[in-house]
Write a protein of this length. Structure first.
Length: 325
């Protein structure tokens, strides 16, 4: 009995010591540069958004915040590097739509467990898309494109930035909710996909706003519907798709995650740095340049968002039979 009592006392002491160590780490954090891993190549909206907020977070946290691109594997390479990093707050990963959908898309086991190996910090931004048509498509609003698609099932090609991409998912959700049929033409990025619509090879694309804006103004593309719940300030006359198709919403999003086991107080410091950064009035204007809306959230809100996204996309992915081998 005495041995059992001693072991119990020593175990309690160990737990207390671990708690104190975690508290001390959180109090001192950060004492060295913080690395943010972006699981995509440079140049896209996700990369641009995180490079915008890094200097502000650096100033708030008092340490350098370094952005590192780890593209490949449909974002799994960068996410795996984040998941396997020490849980000390010095490695932060960037999650987006693929973070929720990859477990639904991969036929083989992923190198990390999305739910068990990574913990949410904060939502950072959302990026709406616009349904953009080639002028040869005889539709000027969402009601008309639905009518055209239903009158000629499979006659319209739509381009996307890749299989399983947010732009494909946005289109497949539209097809799913409107019971229309269009043929997917995947590309290896948003640029080539947009070029396909400009040339008339594809009839439409769900594109981000900045790269298409000049083509809207010149008449080479026709914007007919915003994918977010609210209209975009840069295209105030373009209705949301949800105004015609109730409940439709499809946005790209970015959020920060850390390895599971990171002390809660450290996560709280990171979350507070994001919140303060997002409250900077200049961010709204700067984000608009890349077609994004600054957000920010609690850790709980991001956790709920991730799960809600997975539930939302599961039936769409199944209906469209989208898979990664």
């Amino acid at each position: 009995m005495k041995d059992l009592g001693l072991r119990a006392w020593m175990g309690a002491l160990g737990v207390a010591a671990g708690t104190l160590t975690g508290a001390a780490l959180a109090q001192e954090y950060p004492t060295r540069p913080i690395r943010i891993i972006i699981p995509f190549a440079p140049g896209g909206a996700t990369d641009a958004v995180l490079r915008m907020i890094a200097p502000n977070m650096s100033q708030i946290l008092g340490q350098s915040v370094v952005v590192e691109n780890r593209p490949g594997g449909a974002a799994t390479i960068g996410m795996d590097a984040t998941a396997k990093a020490p849980p000390d707050g010095y490695t932060v990963g960037v999650a987006n739509t693929s973070f929720s959908t990859n477990p639904l898309l991969f036929t083989k086991k992923m190198p990390y467990d999305t739910d068990k190996d990574l913990a949410p910090v904060s939502l950072v931004a959302i990026v709406p898309f616009v349904m953009s048509l080639h002028p040869s498509v005889p539709a000027r609003n969402i009601k008309e494109i639905i009518a055209v698609a239903k009158s000629k099932p499979g006659a319209i090609n739509y381009s996307s930035s890749g299989n399983g991409s947010a732009s494909q998912l946005a289109t497949e959700l539209f097809k799913y909710m409107t019971k229309t049929d269009m043929v997917h033409v995947p590309f290896t990025g948003g640029g080539p996909a947009l070029t396909s619509v400009l040339s008339g090879e594809s009839g439409l694309m769900f594109s981000s706003i900045p790269p298409a804006m000049g083509h809207y103004q010149s008449g080479r593309l026709r914007p007919i519907g915003i994918t977010s719940a609210a209209r975009d300030p840069s295209l105030p006359d373009v209705a949301t798709i949800g105004e015609t198709v109730p409940g439709y919403e499809s946005i790209e999003w970015q959020g920060l995650v850390v390895p599971t086991g990171t002390p809660p107080a450290v996560i709280a410091k990171l979350q507070q740095a994001v919140a303060k950064t997002m409250s900077d009035p200049s961010m709204k204007k700067r984000f608009a340049a890349v077609g994004a809306w600054p957000k920010g959230s609690t850790t709980e809100e991001l956790a709920a968002h991730i799960q809600n996204e997975r539930k939302k996309w599961a039936p769409v992915i199944k209906a469209a039979n989208i898979r990664f081998n």
